[in-house]
Design a protein around this ligand. Sequence first.
Ligand SMILES: [Zn+2]
Length: 284
Amino acid sequence: MIKPEIFVRSCELPDCPNRRGLWRALLEPQRGYSLEGRWYCSPECFENAATLAIRKLIAGMGRPLTKPHRVPLGLLMLSRGLVDDEQLKKALRAQKESGGGRVGEWLRHIGAVSEEQVTRALGLQSSAAVFPLERSKRYLECAHMVPFHLLEAAEMIPVHHLPASRHLYVAFGDRINHSALFALEKMLMCRTEPCLAVKSLIQRALEELRRQPQEMETLAAGIADPQKMAGTILDHAETQAAADVRISGFDGYIWARVLSPPSHTDLLFQIPRTSRTVPSEPAK
Ligand SMILES: [Zn+2]
């Protein structure tokens, strides 16, 4: 005799108060709520799971993802013969006296190198290619995949998208933001490839994108409490009968995407600085 297989979904919240027996679950089918592909039996369970996810994201904010040890930019430029000893000393002195700024910026400021040379050196430093943003406007086709506020916060531009292989090339002005890349991969379900582009061209592209019509994007700047954020996300998920919800975040933003195919809505919450536990990385 073939044993009939019965598929009954059970709530993914570990301390779900509505644990039901098999027969009750069969007799009372529930619509449920999906968060990152996990099923929750009630609005309360969804809200609790979303609150936990947001708390975890906030706790990790400002903690840079590990990256390989890099050669200091000034030394790299010196070894490549782009600057001489005297110029590097002058730039480092100016950096020390001003109490900040990046070495590359100071080398530019004293007229030792061009912006393009700094970008190329940054590319060598992080083993990333330099994207010719001055020759390509392909970003206008793919930048809308990410809410504009996040592009602005991380000073990044998605420059090229390959839908067949689900690859997204993302350009940064001076520092590859690995937290941002991690969030993009999770939210867009794609592979990201970081590259660098001349910083002023990144700024120009951001200006152009600012003038473009924006996708469905809601910025809830006044909500700082994780549970209230989860409640707002739940409201949108219910109104839109969402098939799934994904949550991520970086650089002081919580980003929720409410998916109701074929469309989606992005919700952004800005985290006040005081709520982030770890100070951000000092400039190098
Ligand atoms: Zn439950």
